[in-house]
Ligand binder design. Structure first.
Ligand code: PMP
Length: 418
């Protein structure tokens, strides 16, 4: 009995990448005469049939506006979107579903906090710490919020290997700091930042922490209670869900004290020209018709991820990335950017003397999709003294064979353009 139970567990641990690939119809195509190798997952991931079907089932079967209807379709759609909120809450271990707010994505989630929390909590002399490797979406909203409140954004140094300089962070952390805005995983370099540790340090001086989880949710299980962060933001489209939907998770007492940031339908309790009162959580932050299909699709993506063994998925992803890094290290004329001890999902590099966009175009001719440029992280590119890199970014469906194709493509680029 015991042995067979163990066997079953071991079987579950096996990650069948070919079976997973069959779940993603877009991967089964030829691009420019070659089987597609999709290595642009940090920009957006592909969608499994389960997600595509969930969206299509909604539009085919029960499309209706939510929350105000009494007819059957409206009730079905309302149940579906609130079940989706519960799925997302479970996914990140939120204590309650109403702490999960629908947004358009990470960018909107960060803007919500910067606008609503920022404008009501920041004052002249206050500081917001932002590591230099952050995405523009985690920098610019804080520049806007500090401009309007007289507070200041202070960059946190990053080491040459692409890690947040924790000694410098400690030196900056004092009672002037009200917020630390930090990514869980860097999209430009792949660095996995020590976010739980940063939360402990920031809380010691009374600062809040907003974690930008855009690059994390597809690669690692996230537990907002274990992280003990104050806010956590992510996008559906980077975790196999649709575009146009994302989540802001927040600590209840912070969200409850924050003013609404957009006004309109859904977020009100009662409206009159004498004065308007607002709903409680989560609706006070969800003005207007939400992306119902998006939320349903995102919940399907959560189900999809959760039916896989995430330990086995992480082991597979680590294997593919290590294989990539080893080939990169052995490739003449290749410089890698970001060599942190702990990386996930991203291989960012340059080939000597060849502009990244030329490398990207040559790879595209061979059916290999990568991204080139500054990856919305100009400050860290400036620190390295480069305008941008070539970035290959991975998801659970990528394989060692695809990495071989990437390096064959790079060898061709070096022969033709170098
Ligand atoms: N932060 C990080 C780390 C990202 O990688 C991205 C997307 N590239 C964003 C924020 C913004 O995400 P979105 O465009 O989905 O709002």
């Amino acid at each position: 009995m015991e042995t067979s139970a163990k066997n079953i567990r071991q079987q579950e641990r096996v990650f069948d990448v070919e079976a997973v690939r069959r779940d993603f119809p877009i991967l089964q195509q030829q691009v420019n005469g070659h089987p597609l190798v999709y290595l642009d997952n940090a920009a957006t991931s592909q969608k499994p049939n389960a997600v595509i079907d969930a969206i299509s089932d909604y539009y085919r079967g029960y499309n209706a506006n939510v929350h105000r209807g009494i007819h059957a379709l409206a009730e079905k759609a309302t149940t579906a979107i609130e079940n989706a909120r519960q799925s997302l809450a479970n996914f990140i271990n939120s204590p309650a579903p109403e702490q999960v707010l629908w947004t358009r994505g990470t960018t909107e989630a960060i803007n919500l906090v910067a606008y609503s929390w920022g404008r009501s909590n920041l004052k002249p002399g206050d500081r917001v710490l932002v590591p230099i490797l952050e995405h523009h979406s985690s920098i610019v909203p804080w520049q806007m919020a500090t401009e309007s409140t007289g507070a200041e954004v202070v960059p946190v140094p990053v080491t040459p290997s692409g890690e947040i300089d924790m000694v410098a962070l400690d030196a900056l952390l004092d009672e002037r700091v009200k917020m630390v805005a930090v990514s869980h995983i860097s999209n430009a370099l792949g660095t996995v930042n020590p976010v739980a540790d940063i939360v402990v340090r920031a809380h010691r001086v009374g600062a809040k922490v907003l974690i930008d989880g855009a690059q994390a949710v597809a690669h690692t299980p996230v537990d907002v209670q274990a992280l003990n962060c104050d806010f956590y933001a992510f996008s559906g489209h980077k975790m196999f869900g649709p575009t146009g939907i994302g989540v802001l998770w927040g600590r209840r007492e912070l969200l409850e004290a924050m003013p609404p940031w957009q006004g309109g339908g859904e977020m009100i309790e009662q409206v009159s020209f004498a004065g308007t009162s607002y709903q409680g959580l989560p609706y006070r932050f969800e003005a207007g018709t939400p992306d119902i299909a998006g939320a349903i699709g995102l919940a399907a993506a959560v189900d999809y991820l959760q039916h896989l063994d995430r330990v086995a998925v992480a082991a597979h992803e680590a294997d593919v990335l290590e294989y990539t890094l080893a080939q990169g290290a052995a490739f003449d004329g290749l410089t890698r950017f970001g060599e942190a001890d702990h990386v996930a999902g991203v291989f960012s590099f340059l080939l000597d003397g060849i502009p990244p966009s030329d490398v990207g175009m040559l790879l595209d001719q061979q059916g290999i999709a990568v991204r080139t440029g500054h990856h919305c992280a100009q400050p860290i590119m400036a620190q390295y003294g480069i305008p941008g890199t070539v970035r290959a970014s991975f998801a659970l469906y990528n394989t060692r064979a695809e990495v071989d194709r990437l390096f064959e493509g790079l060898a061709k680029a070096r022969r033709m353009l170098g």
